[in-house]
Design a protein around this ligand. Structure first.
Ligand code: SAM
Length: 483
């Protein structure tokens, strides 16, 4: 049956339309050397100043695909420049920090790239008890984390929604010393509207679900068994999540599974679909690359991408969806992360362990890991490194807790109030981190940065209040201030 492209449709084959993607790739190939067109697209992507702030037009999947196909070195340089311009205009020099928390590696799916697939009989299976969740959260709070992404395999018997909800409740209930987890994002398999509603009621931040691949035929082969085999159910999950009341959703593709240009067009089409149907695009896009793992050899997959292509994809995402955060995990090395931070990335994980129960262990355990962690530095090292490179590590969770989610967050982005709102929030949460958890070297770099960055708050009153709050954090042990 032939499907017609329709971004407003709720049928996966219509909003991620194979024919439209192929036509887009042909159009991009035909126009990649049309440098006049490339310039027009680049100009469209550039942020424009308004009376109250700054706006960005974003790009359609066709326009963005032309940029991705363009091989002209000068134009590629310009893509990176504009990507950074957009990042600075809407997110400033702040980088949000989070950590993944693996709850259970029980899984009934057969995903051929994931070591948790059910045929893997030698990986130890583990599911955290609520006591163990508590121990993990204490370990994460002792590192300084305030924001988590919980991860679990799909297993209706071992990891039913009630188990996930219990874990969320436990995580929010732990307040160890000055620590607390203020935002729990959730990365679990596609589920029902009713379950999404329960997650919303449990107070989750973003619901994250990676598409893995938008190429339906490959998807069916890569997910040969289990509920995840159902491509349409998986691809339509974000619509169900939004119907269930979750308005921050996170997309992602697992790069390395299929041809990257196809994936890129699909990803931007998915963002356009969410905007067309729900009036708000994705809150975040993650860009994971396939990694070595227990019984997974990435070399067995033909579509791996090199670092240059990876950086170009990230920059093109930044240009196409300017109001969407971009996440890079510790799957990548320090060098790759450093490079991507200048291509529009706005969130990074730090000090991550991808094994079930990994944080409470002294030594990094490998037996239940989901993938090899390339950046194995501690959170303290990552925080210091970010600051030494001019980025403000932010532990802020204010928007979500003040109800600034979905389109309300996008409006804040466009209003030009970021420097009077997110910037002081970042400085205050960084200050909490420095006082409670940082090493002496990190403290020194951090307090110097806070002094300097405080002066960049334009509104006198906000700057004064922020300065007072910083003193309260340092001297009176008060916490959790926010604008
Ligand atoms: N089980 C959930 C689902 O089905 O969507 C999500 C949780 S899974 C722990 C998180 C993500 O890890 C997957 O969506 C996949 O993209 C990624 N992943 C799996 N195997 C990987 C590998 N070998 N290298 C890198 N990332 C991998």
């Amino acid at each position: 049956m032939a499907f017609k492209y329709d971004p407003k449709s709720l049928i996966a084959d219509e909003f991620i339309n194979d024919e439209e993607i192929k036509a887009t790739l042909a159009y991009a190939e035909a126009h990649k050397n049309d440098l006049e067109l490339v310039d027009q697209i680049l100009e469209k992507a550039r942020p424009q100043k308004t009376a109250t702030g700054c706006v960005c037009a974003g790009l359609t999947h066709r326009e963005a695909s032309v940029l991705l196909a363009c091989e002209d070195p000068e134009k590629i340089k310009k893509m990176y420049e504009i990507a950074e311009e957009i990042k600075l205009a809407f997110y400033g020099n702040r980088i949000v920090i989070f950590a993944p928390l693996y709850l259970s590696n029980y899984c009934v799916n057969g995903c051929v790239y994931c070591p948790y697939h059910h045929i893997n009989k030698h990986i130890p299976r583990k599911k955290l008890t609520q006591e163990e969740v508590k121990a993990e959260v204490i370990a994460l709070q002792d590192m300084g984390h305030k924001r988590l992404a919980i991860e679990a395999g799909e297993d209706p018997v071992n990891n039913p929604i009630e188990y996930i909800l219990d874990c969320i409740k436990t995580i929010y209930s732990v307040h160890h010393k000055n620590g607390d987890i203020r935002r729990v994002n959730v990365n679990i398999a596609a589920t029902t509207v009713e379950n999404y509603r329960k997650l919303k009621e449990a107070g989750i931040g973003t619901y994250i679900l990676f598409q893995e691949t938008y190429h339906k035929e490959s998807y069916l082969q890569l997910h040969p068994t289990g509920p995840k085999h159902d491509y349409n159910y998986h691809t339509e999950a974000m619509d169900r999540a939004m119907e269930g009341g979750i308005d921050d959703v996170g997309l992602g593709v697992l790069f390395g599974l299929e041809l990257y240009k196809y994936e890129f067009a699909g990803l931007i089409m998915h963002a356009e679909h969410l905007e067309a149907v729900h009036g708000v695009g994705p809150h975040t896009i993650s860009v994971p690359r396939l990694k070595r793992a227990d019984d997974i050899d990435p070399d067995q997959f033909d579509n791996g991408i090199d670092d240059d292509t990876f950086a170009k994809i990230t920059a093109c995402i930044r240009l196409a969806v300017p109001y969407t955060g971009i996440i890079i995990s510790t799957r990548e090395t320090e060098a790759v992360r450093a490079r991507l931070l200048n291509c529009g990335v706005s969130q990074v994980s730090g000090g991550s362990r991808t094994s079930v129960g990994g944080y409470a262990e002294e030594e990094r355990p490998h037996d239940t890991e989901q993938f090899d962690v390339s950046d194995q530095r501690s959170l303290d090292e990552v925080v210091r490194w970010l600051m030494e490179n001019g980025h403000i590590p932010s532990f802020c969770t204010a928007c979500y807790r003040e109800g600034r989610t979905g389109d309300r967050f996008m409006s804040l982005c466009k209003s030009g109030q970021i420097l009077n709102c997110c910037h002081p929030n970042a400085l205050m949460t960084l200050c909490e981190y420095l006082v409670d958890y940082a090493s002496p070297e990190t403290k020194q770099v951090g307090f110097e940065m806070i002094e300097k960055e405080l002066q960049r708050i334009p509104n006198d009153k906000v700057r004064r209040i922020a300065a007072e709050n910083l003193e309260h954090i340092k001297n009176d042990n008060r916490r959790d201030f926010r604008f």
